[in-house]
Design a protein around this ligand. Structure first.
Ligand SMILES: O=C(O)CCC(=O)C(=O)O
Ligand SMILES: [Fe+2]
Length: 323
């Protein structure tokens, strides 16, 4: 049963994005993952407290306040502990990855897959370019250390720009959804409507990660997209987007960004594992077991830990438009 209305489908085709409301359910779909995250943060907080790095384990604070407090006081970027992907450099045998059953259930939620099937057909592959983001208030992000778009603002880019050319023809759909309200103040996404029709634009390595140089950005006014939990943003891989700063004092914008594509197409990150999430033609190939998914990531981690960092994109600082 199609979920998109003809108007929504047309918006996706002409503007390169559409927000679909009421796809996910806060209680059924988000409560398990939030409860898992709370438990994880509890463990982290106690370990840091016992290690003398923070003054308390902050047991009484609600999740988001505790995340802010523990992050600020320890000066650590904690996001990799919650992440559902590996970092692009320096992977070690013990690099954390939290490919937990609650996240797997979210990635394979039938209503989400129904929506994706409506867009790309019934042979659905989960592309491994996927993240959990917990955007901290700007004031709470440690000023030292490497910039991380997983806890901070993300600059203008196309998702096609952050993967390898092998996937330029793959029909990758970006599926972004907030778990806590995503607002203008706490750093919602913004898109440039119609920008997907310009093809792939050059990206340059910058302090905040890969970004389209100002001179190559369309003049057009961006559209900010505040969203409530339950809503899902669909974007093409060429839609230019970014996210705003979190200017609040005490809010954390928690979101997932996932990607799906028809089975059999290159993912653009061959060193990371995807999986068949739904298949009418070959139902026996569908990965249904969260532990099997986690094992795929652990295998990838072992391989990556034994080699030097692979290449994740095609752009070079100091060359061409990046010079
Ligand atoms: O969540 C953000 O701030 C940026 C997300 C993004 O760029 C993406 O999902 O492709
Ligand atoms: Fe993106």
């Amino acid at each position: 049963m199609p979920i998109l209305t003809p108007t929504q489908r047309e918006q996706f085709e002409t503007q390169g994005y559409v927000v679909v409301e009421g796809v996910l359910d806060a209680e059924k779909d988000f409560a398990p993952v939030l409860s898992d995250f709370a438990q994880l943060l509890d463990g982290i907080s106690h370990a840091l407290f016992f290690g003398g790095r923070i003054a308390s384990a902050y047991e009484d604070l609600p999740f988001t306040n505790r995340f802010i407090q523990v992050s600020t006081e320890s000066g650590l970027n904690l996001i990799q502990e919650f992440e559902i992907s590996l970092p692009q450099s320096g992977v070690k045998l013990d690099t954390p990855i939290h490919a937990c059953p609650a996240a797997f259930r979210l990635l394979t939620t039938p209503r989400l897959l129904d929506l994706i099937e409506d867009m790309i057909g019934p042979e659905i592959y989960s592309n491994p370019v996927q993240h959990v983001r917990m955007k901290l208030p700007k004031r709470a992000v440690a000023t030292s250390g490497t910039y991380s778009g997983l806890i901070s603002q993300v600059p203008w880019h196309q998702d096609n720009g952050v993967i390898l050319p092998e996937a330029d023809e793959s029909k990758i759909l970006t599926v972004w959804f907030p778990v806590t309200p995503s607002t203008l103040e706490n750093g919602c996404l913004q898109v440039i409507p119609g920008s997907h029709r310009r093809g792939l634009i050059a990206h340059c390595p910058a302090q905040k990660g890969l970004t389209i140089p100002d001179g190559l950005l369309p003049e057009q006014k961006p559209v900010p997209l505040p969203m409530n939990p339950g809503s899902v943003l669909l974007m093409t891989s060429r839609t230019i987007h970014s996210s705003l700063e979190n200017r609040t004092e005490n809010e954390v914008r928690i979101s997932f960004d996932l990607r799906y594509e028809p089975v059999g197409q290159p993912t653009g990150r061959p060193m990371f594992p995807g999986f068949v999430a739904r298949s009418k033609a070959h139902p026996e190939t569908v990965v249904k077991d969260a532990a099997a998914w986690e094992a795929l990531w652990h295998q990838a981690r072992t391989l990556l830990a034994r080699q030097s960092d692979p290449t994740f994109n095609r752009w070079h600082a100091g060359v061409g438009v990046c010079a």
